[in-house]
Design a protein around this ligand. Structure first.
Ligand code: HEM
Length: 377
């Protein structure tokens, strides 16, 4: 298993070619860019960045200790990235909701058994939070078919997932980050790992921190990664309890901004609450529409920006885990810092995505290169 390091010149070539794509995509995204609301914010408690040096990650060099490299396919399949980028650009232009689906897919792949493409195999795909919930799978298949035609048996599904996530971020206006390639695809392991490894939307902040720490992520990584909720949607069922019966209290979650609560209830609640008897105490549960969805960032749902953090600050986070970011001094300070400084958010996000993309990767002779992403060879 040879260690391949990207040469400086090939990295530069990639980065400058990519910079052109970034410029083009940013221009395209700017046509749809909205503006998130500027509610009055209490700036008196805003930590200056100089008081938060430990929170800000510096941009990392690619880790030479793994066997991946940015130029992995340059000799064996030089058109791979062009083919992939074309497929993804068309797919996202046709349907903007594909982009968040692809970003989430990378998270769900890496957090369960490493970034090995196993999220696309049916045991993991059908488990826990993945079941009937992941989007963009057909685009991964489309890209894989195109790549198999060009270079049969060479480009792994695990790499396609990571490249697709980066493309989704860039095409929606977010930052470009370098990705080392050469991941190999994993085999079917345990069907119930997704439920065990992925965080649920009702967790409190200590549980979120615990789950991410287990994978080697610090608070900066956590808060910047969850900023991915600046694009995409959630089914009402993922936060329905917050509308009527948060943690069995029979009440709405007091952390909601009042008008936002009305917005979400209008989108999600079908009719009057269901009332149930529980130890002689009346508790109500929302009769949430099983099919309705809402935008995770109500203001600019198709643009990768820092509005998510402004929303969270204004008690307009959709998921309980989004709202919970304000309940820990470090994560709360980061929400504030990112709400004020999009550049800082982008820097830390890039660092965290690179880190996530190397979790538990297979390389060299490990695993396989699947011919069809949803079936083990
Ligand atoms: C505490 C951590 C997290 C929790 C509890 C969480 C939970 C969720 C839930 C429940 C949804 C809605 C799914 C649906 O109804 O279809 C969602 C959507 C999404 N999540 Fe997360 N997530 C977390 C972290 C992350 C991270 C780290 C990323 C990416 C790096 C991410 C990216 C996304 C994206 C882009 C969407 C929108 C998907 C779409 O529109 O198809 N999430 N998340």
């Amino acid at each position: 298993m040879g260690i391949r390091k990207a040469t400086r010149s090939s990295s530069m070539m990639h980065i400058s070619a990519s910079a052109g794509i970034v410029l083009l995509l940013t221009l395209l995204a700017s046509f749809s860019i909205g503006i998130c609301p500027q509610f009055p914010v209490d700036n008196t408690s805003t930590p200056s960045l100089s008081t938060l040096p430990f929170l800000s990650n510096t941009f990392p060099l690619l880790n030479a200790s793994n066997s991946l490299s940015e130029d992995f396919y340059d000799l064996t399949c030089p058109r791979a990235l062009t083919i992939l980028n074309e497929t993804l650009t068309h797919a996202i232009s046709r349907n903007a909701s594909i982009a968040p689906g692809l970003l989430r897919l990378a998270f769900h792949d890496c957090f369960v058994q490493g970034c090995d493409g196993s999220v696309l195999l049916s045991p993991e795909l059908q488990d826990g939070p993945n079941r009937n919930s992941l989007r963009g799978l057909e685009v991964i298949d489309e890209a894989k078919r195109a790549l198999e035609q060009e270079c049969p048996g060479l480009i792994s599904c695990a790499d396609i997932i990571q490249l697709a996530a980066r493309h989704a971020v860039v095409q929606t206006g977010g930052p470009f980050y370098p990705l080392a390639l050469g991941r190999r695809d994993g085999f079917i392991m345990n069907g119930s790992l997704a439920s065990a490894e992925l965080p649920g939307p009702d967790l409190n902040i200590s549980s979120v921190i615990k789950i991410f720490r287990r994978k080697g992520f610090n608070e900066t990584d956590i808060v910047s990664l969850i900023g991915s909720h600046t694009i995409g949607q959630s089914k009402c069922s993922n936060f329905g309890q917050r509308l009527c019966n948060v943690q069995g209290t029979g009440m709405a979650d007091p952390r909601f901004n009042a008008s936002f609560f009305v917005q979400l209830s209008t989108a999600c609640v079908l009719d009057s609450p269901i009332t149930t008897e529980d130890n002689d105490q009346e508790k109500s549960a929302c009769n949430c529409s099983p099919t309705s969805t809402v935008d995770l960032d109500y203001d600019t749902p198709t643009v990768f920006d820092n509005c998510f953090y402004k929303n969270v600050q204004q008690s307009r986070g959709v998921l309980a885990t989004d709202a919970a970011l304000l309940e820990h001094p470090t994560t709360s300070a980061l929400v504030q810092a990112y709400a004020e400084n999009e550049e800082l958010f982008f820097e830390d996000f890039k660092h965290a995505m690179i880190k996530m993309s190397t979790l538990g990767v297979l390389s060299g002779l490990q695993g396989e290169i699947r011919r069809n992403c949803s079936i083990q060879n």
